[in-house]
Design a protein. Structure first.
Length: 169
């Protein structure tokens, strides 16, 4: 009978110890689950904050880019208008015929191309028409305006990429 009583007591002690251990592990699992949930909430909050910052940075970059484009447009239009006005008031304006080689070189430069088979020195270029100094001034002014606009656009893109890299850090 003592053996049965000892065996029953040992079994009850084992079951009780098992239950206490389960409670401990259950508490640890709940703590881990709670910490995981809090970490998820914090990550979502950080992501929302970063998204808001990114949208505000993007809006600011768009605003500054548009402002820069407008400034460039105003300045280049003013320069083009004033310079051409001074050139056109010159009595000899339009008298200077630019060589067809210059016209061809300028046209190729605007497309970032080199002439395929440049004509020998002094030979006429049949694909380009004659141009006066006033025509060339207008074309060069338009090209500069386009280049400055592209420069502003690329500068805005660089600023955007730099801001995105800062937000990701």
């Amino acid at each position: 009978m003592n053996i049965k009583l000892i065996a029953a007591s040992a079994l009850i002690a084992f079951i009780a110890a098992w239950q206490v251990q389960a409670w401990r592990y259950g508490g640890a699992i709940e703590k881990i689950a709670h910490a995981h949930t809090e970490a998820l909430r914090q990550a979502e909050s950080d992501a929302r904050k970063a998204e808001k910052e990114l949208s505000s940075v993007t809006a600011e970059i768009d605003r500054l880019s548009e402002q820069a484009r407008e400034n460039v447009r105003v300045v280049t239009e003013t320069v083009e208008k004033e310079v051409i006005r001074y050139v056109e008031t010159d009595p000899s304006a339009g008298d200077c015929q630019l060589s067809l080689g210059w016209v061809r070189a300028h046209d190729n430069a605007t497309h970032a191309e080199m002439p395929q088979n440049p004509a020998p020195s002094g030979a006429p270029d049949d694909a380009a028409g004659p141009a006066t100094d006033v025509d060339a001034l207008r074309a060069v002014s338009r090209n500069y305006r386009t280049c400055v606009g592209e420069l502003q656009r690329l500068s805005g893109l660089q600023a955007y990429v730099e801001q995105v890299c800062l937000v990701e850090r």
